[in-house]
Ligand binder design. Sequence first.
Ligand code: ATP
Ligand code: MG
Length: 457
Amino acid sequence: MPLSALAMSTPPKTPDAIRGTQDIFGAEAEAFAHVVETFERVRKLYRFRRAEMPVFEKTAVFSRSLGETTDVVSKEMYSFEDRGGESLTLRPEFTAGIARAYLTNGWQQHAPLKLATHGPLFRYERPQKGRYRQFHQINAEILGAGEPQADVELLVMADQLLKELGVADGVSLHLNTLGDAPSREAWRVALIDYFRDHRESLSEDSQERLERNPLRILDSKDPRDKPFTEGAPKIDDYLSDEAQDFFGKVTQGLEAAGVAFARAPALVRGLDYYRHTAFEFVTDRLGAQGTVLGGGRYDGLIETLGGPHTPAVGWAAGIERLAMLVGAGGNVAEGKLDTAIIPLGEAAEKACIALAAALRRFGLVVEMSFRGNMKKRLGRANESGAEYAIIIGDNELAAGKALLRNLNTGVQTAQPITHFGKVPLSLLDGVEFGEPPDPGTNQVFDILTNSGKKDDS
Ligand code: ATP
Ligand code: MG
């Protein structure tokens, strides 16, 4: 059988979505949008400026900065060769791309630069609840600021965001310092010493990381490593005076701002570029995927991309995980309908389109369904919780009027079409506007008849 005949006989199979991606709709999509909108509002309170970066970068942007032994670089990146033979990577996180943009655009002139962004990221992970291959983050960074006040401001903003989202209950801030370069090096040596003694009992991944990057073992999620992370040397015993002083200023700032935190001396982050402050906002309400927001100071990152020494600090939060917390509280619904507009017959359609446009420009949530008889349309309006229906039939059209029906009380009045879109419908509700009863005494009538007219006094 020729191929074309085969193609005709079997109906095409719908391709599946890619594993680990999501199609988000309904209440979940509303919760997702609510997270982004709240972030947008809060970041403006702190004057973080908006930036957009590409979804893909040259692979070196990530491989050089995140650390070769991190999970992300060693096994999670979506890297591919484009048609020109260049190795590109779908961004697995924001910070490296932001640092690249900071350097290639000369954004140093704006330092200290407070930046906010959000969007999709890609990691080849094992998909499960709260862990996807395409996921989304909101992200905030301060570039070109070495002061602990920058760390404090970012943490206070994160804390306010979680409170305004209504998810702060049961989410706690775990805070650590990784010290400066000398402190970190001394700690690293001590960790290697310690873990060497337990080498045989560690997971294969951790055995491999032992000499090169023992801090990674502290972040391991493998249960075989857990018993040994507890007793591992703590950074506090290796902190230089300078690093201690820096961390002290961060914790004092948080206390001044009234942001609660718990010291987590074994906390390290999943990427290697962090120095000094490192933190996570953690909850036990999302099962295994309990980290909703994480970040820290990354003073060495910009140098790995060939830039000058540039201190910087930032955080990122998973939108899906925040949306799950928001959704669990049940506090985001799809927008409520104010008014349904119902044309009866073809002639009324045009008047209704004009009416709907006028009411929406006035700021009301209006829907005019595309089909159905009066009964069906009224039924739908009632179901959607609308407060009013406005009905125009042939008789109303001829008289230049529309029927305003209160769907809760059933009270219905005829109104001149010109009344709509000027005052709230509640002011028209139940009132018959004939001739002005006593010109000058009815304020609503004055607004309705005078609006749009020139003041000729
Ligand atoms: P985890 O320890 O959960 O793997 P991480 O340390 O890899 O997180 P970061 O790279 O710091 O996470 O990203 C910050 C936030 O982004 C996380 O706290 C989480 O809310 C979210 N996040 C990270 N990876 C995923 C993913 N694969 N799916 C959904 N959200 C994610
Ligand atoms: Mg991870």
